[in-house]
Design a protein around this ligand. Structure first.
Ligand code: NAP
Length: 488
């Protein structure tokens, strides 16, 4: 870190105290800058890990990789950690880095308006703040998608979305329907199959499954991690895992690559674990593996063969007061319906009203869908940066790693600004347009564009994601092309 950045005592407002917002706060503190606030709409940190508490919640990215690089955790209990353990990890980091005094809880930001070279930020409570820099760390998957399924309002049992789990509702020995086959639905069905009387999985589109082992770390292993920082670093940067992730990113960006064909073969072979041929056929997807976010599960194919689990494929069903009526006219009775139906994924910073230069709002700029130069900046919005914003890498990566690289990029931009003795930096429209044109062209050649519906697609059916490899993203983040920015 250069002197310029260290001496930057300008005011930052960070929106959101999830994984990315905490990262920004910790990084600012490490530079000796305590002139910031993190505004958080809820009463505690954690973002997605605070909001999702469903049974079976697990991160399918290995825990030691889903960890801040600067805060390794020798205590992870399993290769893939559960949601409560991840939330506890973030809370321990909050304490360790003494971040709490900088977080303004129960403050939902409503607007963020660029005026006279600064941003005026206002919360729903009427709190205002004026900042030189705004870091939007508002997450991606936080507005539940509640579908309009025929008859849904008539249901007399309990019905709720996976991210709004009602823990007062009993599930043991109950009859539960789970609608949705994303990573969430699969994890819920696996968990409930071990405790509910009946679980019915409504799969509008079946999914391809990669089978992962989720073994527990032994006490000896954890002690070794505690006592040997190098060992802990090694597992955090596990070379084989890194190579596999890179290979996966090559596969999704080049559907005809040998890497993709290997995944293709693997998931087809996994289907043979399903003994009943009609069930196997029923759950065989009609699109290419990894076109939707591929599912990692230790046991899903065992689960759907359990005696207490039924699978219904296709979208033809309606909710009736006592259950769900399938296309064949049969009524299946349920006590609980879980909507594992995903999220509205085109929101990002919105509904916050972000207004940039010349009074233009982000909502207007994102009329056709949210995009950002290198997933970080939008022209017309000086000094406004996003962590895990639109156009970034998605698809089974560690979003912590992505956010850390994005932060180091933002840091370099601000360093340059400070060393120039100026106060505003924004990406040029021409650079953004050129980037976006290349991104869209490449996105059309990714696996996500091979003929399936998923949250990765924009409203025109084009993947809204980073279309190149993960290593290319890291390269871009390591050295900003300052010619693409206006410094004033
Ligand atoms: P999702 O992947 O968007 O899946 C939503 C599911 O709901 C799909 O199966 C979809 O069917 C179904 N659905 C939506 N509307 C429906 C309707 N009207 N009728 C019937 N089915 C309907 O959502 P998600 O499972 O919550 O996952 C979202 C993202 O969260 C993931 O992609 C991932 O990025 C993240 N996540 C990560 C982990 C992890 O372990 N790291 C775990 C959970 C979630 P169609 O496919 O037919 O549209």
């Amino acid at each position: 870190m250069s002197e310029h950045c260290r001496s930057d005592n300008k005011r930052y407002v960070i929106i959101g105290a999830g994984m990315s917002g905490m990262l920004a706060g910790i990084k600012l503190l490490s530079q000796g800058n305590s002139n910031f606030s993190i505004y958080e709409k809820a009463e505690k940190i954690g973002g997605t890990w605070r909001e999702n508490t469903y049974p079976g919640l697990t991160c399918d990215v290995p825990a030691h990789s889903y960890t801040y690089s600067f805060a390794p955790n020798p205590e992870w209990s399993r290769v893939l950690a559960g949601g409560d353990e991840i939330q506890a990890y973030f809370e321990s980091v909050e304490k360790m880095y003494k971040l709490t005094p900088y977080i303004r809880f129960n403050e939902e930001i409503e607007s963020c308006v660029y005026q006279d070279g600064k941003y005026v930020i206002t919360s729903k409570n009427g709190t205002t703040d004026v900042a030189d820099f705004v870091i939007a760390a508002t997450g991606v998957l936080h507005h539940p998608n509640i579908p309009r399924i025929a008859g849904m309002d008539t249901f007399q049992g309990d019905i709720f979305h996976s991210a709004r789990w009602d823990h007062s509702v009993a599930l043991d020995n109950k009859r539960v329907a789970v609608i949705g086959t994303g990573s969430t639905g699969v994890q819920i069905v696996s968990a409930l199959s071990k405790r509910s009387a009946r679980v019915a999985h409504f799969q509008r589109s079946p999914q391809w499954i990669r089978i992962v082992e989720n073994r527990a770390f032994t006490e000896e292993e954890k002690a070794a991690f505690r006592n040997n920082p190098k060992l802990l670093k090694d597992i955090q940067n596990d070379k084989e895992l890194q190579e596999n992730i890179e290979k996966f990113s090559q596969a999704i960006t080049d559907p005809d690559s040998p890497a993709m064909l290997e995944i293709d073969q693997e998931v087809h072979e996994n289907l043979s674990l399903i003994k009943d041929v009609s069930l196997r056929e029923k759950v065989t997807p009609n699109y290419r593996p990894a076109c939707k976010r591929i599912i990692y599960s230790p046991d899903f194919y065992d689960v759907i063969q359990r005696e207490n689990v039924d699978v219904f494929v296709g979208g033809g069903f309606e909710v009736v007061p006592n259950g769900i009526k399938t296309e064949d006219g049969r009524v299946h009775e349920f006590d609980v319906i879980v909507l594992a139906t995903g999220f509205q994924t085109d929101k990002f910073v919105r509904p916050i009203n972000v207004v940039g230069e010349n009074g233009i709002s982000l909502d207007e700029v994102w009329n056709e869908g949210p995009t950002a130069y290198l997933a970080v900046a939008v022209p017309g919005f000086p000094n406004f940066f996003m962590l895990n914003g639109p156009s970034g890498p998605v698809g089974n990566f560690s979003l912590i790693e992505i956010a850390e690289h994005q932060w180091s990029y933002i840091e370099k931009l601000i360093e340059r600004l400070n060393s120039a003795g100026k106060s505003n930096i924004s990406v040029k429209t021409s650079a953004y347009q050129e980037f976006e044109a290349k991104r869209v062209k490449a996105a059309k050649n990714t696996i996500f564009a091979t003929g399936c519906q998923s949250w990765y697609l924009d409203k025109n059916g084009v993947p809204a994601t980073w279309p190149w490899t993960r290593s290319r993203f890291f390269e871009e983040m390591s050295a900003p092309n300052f010619e693409n920015f206006t410094i004033a």
